[in-house]
Each structure stands twice: as structure tokens, then as C-alpha cells.
Design a protein around this ligand. Structure first.
Ligand code: CP
Ligand code: NVA
Length: 304
């Protein structure tokens, strides 16, 4: 494996290997394993967690992180992705890229003969989900058979990676979305091909959360969809907001996850984010630990 563009780029065994490395890295966070490695973060969109967790992780392992906002690069003046990739491969050892169009990421990976990590595209957010299932394993002691309910925009990047991740890791997921925002058929089919019985798609959020171990939501309007915001709010509110009332319909042991940033009053509320079921800040922290192991795995660097 050269790149990590989709959660499906990893097998179940590889994911568990990365999580084992993660556990070991948490015990000894600082090392020199990335000495002399220069890693470029090339971002077309804003970021708090992804940028800082990757940069800190690289620093903790003795590497160098270089941040380039794509709007200040020559890409913004029309230089091709092809020329950009071939140039950057002469300078840096890895690119971690956040892009609008997933196809641009694929093109970058094709023209950069070293590892590329997807730090979010319109199609997937696999680094998030690799870490989120680690958090689920940390909380429940297992991932197999854990029941997730994703409430909200079932067609977005986070939902897509979560669905495919459930199939790879033998979890079960029910997605509750208005019909227009349900997961794409091809994604459901792919998940079912990986593991039969993984996904259920419904319209009723109560049906989704009633037997869920994990209730997960994400923004109704993803980056790049800002023009659709009013219409989306009309479609999603009030039914698809994960608030205390909806959580009260889930089992007593359930936990709440959100990749963040959260939009209070839209997909969730401040009470939920800071409420007793919320594990969102542990979830955010784990990005740092898991992504360190992911980088080592892509470089084929073993822990001593
Ligand atoms: N969850 C996540 O990717 O957050 P950022 O947009 O802040 O990186
Ligand atoms: N679905 C959101 C995730 C942000 C981390 C977006 O793409 O904006």
C-alpha cells in the first residue's frame, strides 16, 4: 500500500496492526523514527484538528511538517496537479492533503511517487474514521458487533468512511437521513460486498438510535456546500438534530460521537457535546495517536 485515500485502502488486519502500534506509541509518545523525513500538509480547506494532530504527531516523532495552504501555492494560479506532484516528490517524503474534489487527490497520488494521505475530500475522511473506530474499541473493548447510528447527512464524507469502516471492521451501522441525503447506492453496495449485513438505511432517527451503542453525527452542511445551507437546514431540522431528547431514546450505555467542529442548534447542541454521553474530546485526542501509527505504517517503519 502506497497511499491512504480511502478507508478501504486498509484491510482489517492492517487496521489492527496500526492500532497495536498506536497503543505502543501512547506509552512512549516521543521517538526519532521520522528523523530526516519532510512531510507536506497541502490543504485547500480550513482545519483545526486534522492539521494540528498531524503536525504534532510528526514533531513528536522527530520529523518535519510543512504546511502549505493551497490558495497560496501555484495551484491557485492554474499549475497542474501533475506538475505539482512531480515537483513535490523531489522535495518531500509524504503529502497529507485536504481537497475539495476526491478526483484531484487521486490525480495527486498518481503523480507523486510517495505516500499520500487523505486528510478529507468530498468523498471520504478516512484518517478520521480510522481513529474513530479505535476510540470505539477503547470504549467498548471491541468493534465487531458494535451498533452505530449515524444521524444526519448520510451522503457526506464522514458518513461514507464510517459505513465502509463498519464493513471492514464488522460493526453494524444504521444511517438515518432524509431520503435526499441518504448514502449513495454504490457505497451501500460496496459495504455489503465487503461484509453482508453491515448497513441499514432509514429515515427515522428514533429507529436508528433505539438500539445503538454509538450515536454519531456530523454537520448538515459540509465545507464546499455552503450555498446549500438554507435548504439543508430546512430538510434536516428539527427531526435530525441529535439533542438530549433523541439521546434519551437510545440505550442507557450509549455514547455520542462527533468528528467536530459542531454547529450548535443544527446537527447537535452544546448540552450534548458537554453531556454525560459525549466522548468527542477523547475522540479528537485519538486522532493524534492513531495518525502517528498510520504514518509509520505507510513508510513501513517498525517500532523498535
Ligand atoms: N474533524 C476534523 O477533521 O476537524 P478539522 O476540520 O478541524 O480538521
Ligand atoms: N463533513 C464535514 C467534516 C468536517 C471535519 C466537512 O466536510 O466539512
Amino acid at each position: 500500500m502506497k497511499d491512504f485515500l480511502s478507508i478501504t485502502d486498509l484491510s482489517r488486519d492492517e487496521i489492527y496492526e496500526i492500532w497495536d502500534m498506536t497503543d505502543r506509541l501512547r506509552k512512549n509518545p516521543f521517538n526519532d523514527l521520522l528523523r530526516n523525513k519532510n512531510i507536506l500538509l497541502l490543504f485547500e480547506k480550513p482545519s483545526t484538528r486534522t492539521r494540528v494532530s498531524f503536525e504534532v504527531g510528526i514533531n513528536q516523532m522527530g520529523g518535519r511538517a510543512i504546511y502549505m495552504d493551497a490558495s497560496t501555492s501555484q495551484l491557485s494560479r492554474g499549475e497542474s496537479i501533475e506538475d505539482t506532484g512531480h515537483t513535490l516528490e523531489r522535495y518531500v517524503d509524504m503529502i497529507i492533503a485536504r481537497v475539495y474534489r476526491h478526483e484531484d487527490l487521486v490525480k495527486l497520488a498518481m503523480n507523486f511517487n510517495k505516500p499520500v494521505i487523505n486528510a478529507l475530500s468530498d468523498l471520504e475522511h478516512p484518517a478520521q474514521i480510522l481513529s474513530d473506530y479505535y476510540t470505539i474499541k477503547e470504549k467498548f473493548g471491541r468493534v465487531e458487533g458494535v451498533k452505530l447510528a449515524f444521524v444526519g447527512d448520510g451522503s457526506n464524507n464522514v458518513a461514507t468512511s464510517l459505513i465502509l469502516g463498519a464493513a471492514i471492521l464488522w460493526a453494524k451501522i444504521t444511517v438515518a437521513s432524509p431520503s435526499r441525503y441518504q448514502p449513495k447506492k454504490a457505497i451501500v453496495e460496496l459495504a455489503e460486498e465487503i461484509k453482508k449485513g453491515t448497513v441499514r438505511v432509514v429515515e427515522d432517527p428514533v429507529e436508528a438510535v433505539s438500539d445503538a451503542d454509538v450515536i454519531y453525527t456530523d454537520v448538515f452542511t459540509s465545507m464546499g456546500q455552503e450555498k446549500e445551507k438554507e435548504e439543508r437546514l430546512r430538510m434536516f431540522l428539527p427531526k435530525y438534530q441529535v439533542n438530549d431528547e433523541l439521546l434519551a431514546k437510545s440505550p442507557a450505555h450509549s455514547v455520542f460521537m462527533h468528528c467536530l467542529p459542531a454547529h450548535y442548534g443544527e446537527e447537535t447542541t452544546r448540552e450534548v457535546i458537554y453531556g454525560p454521553k459525549s466522548i468527542v474530546f477523547d475522540q479528537a485526542e485519538n486522532r493524534l495517536h492513531v495518525q502517528k501509527a498510520l504514518i509509520l505504517k505507510l513508510f513501513n517503519i517498525q517500532l523498535p
